[in-house]
Design a binder for this molecule. Structure first.
Ligand SMILES: [Zn+2]
Length: 477
């Protein structure tokens, strides 16, 4: 599941910027301010020095939207974006016909307090009035205007942390874009960078608010690092992705929550690492980055021993002239958001996604423009796999009026235990059947150590195939 790639942003829900007050006559203006103080604070707190200058620009809404569009074009060139939009719609991650460019640009225009562009290696602070309709946020912004320079510096501390870490561990990592391996690695990377920058942003507060008053500085520093202070901060930030503040009118809930989630889980993860092992621990994590969102959401999977997800390779074609047109990994984070939003219970979504151990989802196109969604996943336990399958069935029923019956017209379940024949034959046979039934969704649950689609040794593979009852998703019927 993607976020806006290669740009590290800070959302107003986490630190309301006051940049909305001045309108720019140009789209991008270099700031003349001296940022020496805040840069030095970030260097001290992060234990590293800047290798290069980081220019700071104020940008207009138009420029911000252009950055967002550029990032999506880079990740999904040409027709790939359209195919990816369709994949997300088929997964019910977004409504059909969602324009991802418009959705992401609307989200950023409403929510972003600052961003670090790792492509251009520069920092951008949006300077335009927000069209927010969120009353609570507007009131908060008004209050914050009174302490504008401190808040500006806190936003800058977050972005300078991204810039500093980018100079040692590039944010734009080629491994994050290997769709055939897993896009969930990129999600995990986002979790860590946002978590680390959010932690630094909080650690900069004593220096900002205690400027010239050592007593205030120490009071705040001790408060933040006390057991109670840590607990309150952790609770507030770890719940941020569930708040209504994360939502933007016209932007699918799943996308908005996906954008905020890295701050929540990343903050808890990075703070725990820093409390236990200090900056050396954080450096270690950057040297050995987590490869799945699950490893950040359950730090034991990342630290005490690495619980590596199963690599599931989906074929580029399926029997019967089906061609793969888009591929993604949902990951534990994406699954929690998908089920949480669909069932309108985000904690239930987290429970359903727990036990994830690898997945790949692909959209295939067949003759006559028909589509087929294939979602293969591996789970830590049979119970976890069962919870996922039942959840997916319920979700299909609720969203598409897909009926569960035992006849071949609407829904089919195949289960194979101890299947000993050559697996490729088995797969083909199963797929031919499924495709013959005009199935539109297939969910495969693989057990551990069966990473290659073409070489299943199926001790307990479950295949669900279903088709919509010509309901909401009209283009599929
Ligand atoms: Zn950030």
């Amino acid at each position: 599941m993607i976020r806006i790639p290669a740009i590290a942003v800070l959302l107003t829900g986490l630190a309301s910027a006051t940049a909305g007050s001045d309108q720019l006559s140009q789209d991008k203006v270099r700031s003349a301010r001296n940022f020496g103080d805040i840069r030095r604070e970030v260097e001290t707190l992060r234990g590293k020095e800047f290798v290069r200058e980081v220019p700071v620009y104020k940008i207009s809404e138009k420029a911000l939207r252009a950055i967002s569009d550029h990032e999506l074009d880079k990740e999904f060139p040409g027709s790939k974006l359209r195919s990816y939009e369709e994949l997300l719609a088929w997964l019910d991650m977004v409504p059909p016909q969602t324009d991802l460019k418009a959705a992401y640009a609307d989200f950023l225009a409403d929510q972003v307090a600052g961003l670090y562009d790792s492509d251009a290696q520069e920092m951008c602070i949006p300077s335009f009035s927000r069209g927010t309709t969120n009353v609570a946020k507007k009131t908060a912004e008004k209050k914050l205007e009174e302490i504008s320079s401190e808040i500006d510096n806190i936003v800058l501390a977050h972005e300078f942390t991204h810039a500093l870490e980018d100079q040692y561990w590039p944010i734009d990592d080629a491994k994050d874009h290997e769709f055939k391996v897993s896009t969930d690695r990129s999600t995990a990377h986002d979790f860590v960078t946002e978590g680390s920058a959010t932690r630094e942003m909080i650690e900069v507060i004593p220096a900002q608010w205690g400027r010239g008053a050592p007593g205030t500085y120490f009071l705040l520093w001790n408060l933040i690092h006390s057991g109670l202070g840590e607990s309150v901060l952790n609770y507030v930030i770890s719940e941020a992705w569930k708040n209504s503040d994360a939502l933007v009118e016209g932007v699918p809930e799943t996308l908005a929550r996906t954008e905020v989630m890295p701050y929540s889980f990343g903050y808890s993860f990075c703070t725990a690492v820093m409390r236990q092992w200090g900056l050396d621990g954080l450096d270690y994590i950057y040297d050995h980055p987590p490869v799945s969102s699950a490893q950040v959401m359950h730090p034991k999977k990342c630290w005490e021993w690495r619980d590596l997800p199963v690599q599931i390779n989906l074929p580029e074609t399926l029997p019967g002239d089906w061609k793969q047109v888009s591929l993604d990994s949902v990951g534990e984070a994406g699954m929690a958001i998908l089920f949480g939003c669909q069932f309108k219970n985000l904690n239930h979504g987290l429970d359903l996604a727990r036990g994830w151990d690898g997945d790949h989802v692909a959209l295939f196109e067949g003759a006559g423009g028909h589509h087929l969604l294939l979602w293969a996943s591996s789970w830590d336990s049979t119970n976890a796999a069962g919870r996922y399958l039942i959840a997916w069935l319920k979700e299909r029923q609720a969203a598409h009026q897909a009926a569960i019956t035992r006849n071949r017209q609407k829904f089919q379940l195949l289960m194979c235990q101890r299947f000993n024949c050559p697996t490729s034959e088995y797969n083909e046979r199963v797929f031919r059947k499924c495709l013959h039934w005009h199935a539109r969704w297939l969910a495969l649950v693989l057990r551990r150590l069966q990473p290659d689609f073409s070489q299943w040794i199926s001790s307990s593979s479950v295949i669900w195939a279903s088709q919509p009852a010509c309901g909401k998703q009209a283009q599929t019927c």
